[in-house]
Design a protein around this ligand. Sequence first.
Ligand SMILES: C[C@@]1(CC(=O)O)C2=NC(=C\c3[nH]c(c(CCC(=O)O)c3CC(=O)O)Cc3[nH]c(c(CC(=O)O)c3CCC(=O)O)/C=C3\N/C(=C\2)[C@@H](CCC(=O)O)[C@]3(C)CC(=O)O)/[C@H]1CCC(=O)O
Ligand SMILES: NC(=O)c1ccc[n+]([C@@H]2O[C@H](COP(=O)([O-])OP(=O)(O)OC[C@H]3O[C@@H](n4cnc5c(N)ncnc54)[C@H](O)[C@@H]3O)[C@@H](O)[C@H]2O)c1
Length: 220
Amino acid sequence: MLYPLNLELAGRSCAIIGGGQVACRKAKGLLAAGAQVMVIAPELTGSLQELARQDRISWRPEGYQRGMLQAIKPLLVFATADDKAANDAAIAEAKELGALVNAAADPEQTDFHVPSRIERGDLLLTVSTGGGSPAFSRLLRERLEQEYPNGFGDFLVRLSRLRQTVKGMPGGSREHERLWRQALTQHVIDLVRAGQLDQAEEEIKNGIINAGAQPQDGTC
Ligand SMILES: C[C@@]1(CC(=O)O)C2=NC(=C\c3[nH]c(c(CCC(=O)O)c3CC(=O)O)Cc3[nH]c(c(CC(=O)O)c3CCC(=O)O)/C=C3\N/C(=C\2)[C@@H](CCC(=O)O)[C@]3(C)CC(=O)O)/[C@H]1CCC(=O)O
Ligand SMILES: NC(=O)c1ccc[n+]([C@@H]2O[C@H](COP(=O)([O-])OP(=O)(O)OC[C@H]3O[C@@H](n4cnc5c(N)ncnc54)[C@H](O)[C@@H]3O)[C@@H](O)[C@H]2O)c1
């Protein structure tokens, strides 16, 4: 089984070998996460050219050669060239440098898969099929986009604020866990989906009051 994690990439160096469709998709995801992106490829797609022109990505306009990754010190390396020898050589150097490798066309050598994703503010929903069917990941993502509209991001802001209030209430984390489990019902999801954020927040506040904060007794 794959181990899921949501990586903080702001300011971190990432390298992409190849400048085609796959590289473009990966570059856009990395930029959205604030990473510093270096693309090594003799040619770029139109949208990657535009990103390079705007200085949003760095571009080394050559085929990959051993030693090119050393100077970049990447945390992640994406091997997306349509040249297996170039991908293999870049993967070998990346692994020597301790970087994690995504090899879109080579499941044997890949260290991690990129999932389909939906962002609603800080709410991040991801879908992975373990490489079994990326098209199905996309299909599920499209369904989730309908089921979780933008209101969920706005609602999360309210929830985070409420959470700070609850943290200041009597009782420790176990008591707060009990309050949240009682107050956050499936019905809240339906209200948010229907755009009724005020009602959803009210329902949670009532739930917290009804659950009643109790002092922690120190047992585990
Ligand atoms: C989720 C998404 C994220 C992203 O790339 O950002 C992503 N692929 C997406 C779309 C997509 N990719 C492909 C199709 C055509 C239909 C099809 O083949 O199914 C479609 C659908 C479309 O575009 O319509 C072709 C394809 N993809 C891979 C191979 C190689 C192979 O299978 O051997 C081939 C065959 C190439 C060939 O035949 O030449 C491999 C991978 N693609 C992955 C991720 C990883 C596993 C994800 C998972 O576990 O599900 C993995 C293992 C590696 C990786 O890239 O990390 C993004 C959805 C974005 C969205 O939400 O719209
Ligand atoms: N299109 C997809 O969804 C998809 C998904 C997963 C895997 N793949 C596989 O991944 C590879 C890339 O797919 P694509 O659609 O992005 O291809 P593409 O043809 O759009 O792009 C290939 C890129 O590799 C670059 N390249 C060629 N030789 C190079 C070298 N020596 N060093 C660095 N860059 C080099 C080219 O200049 C080009 O920018 C293919 O092998 C494809 O079968 C494709």
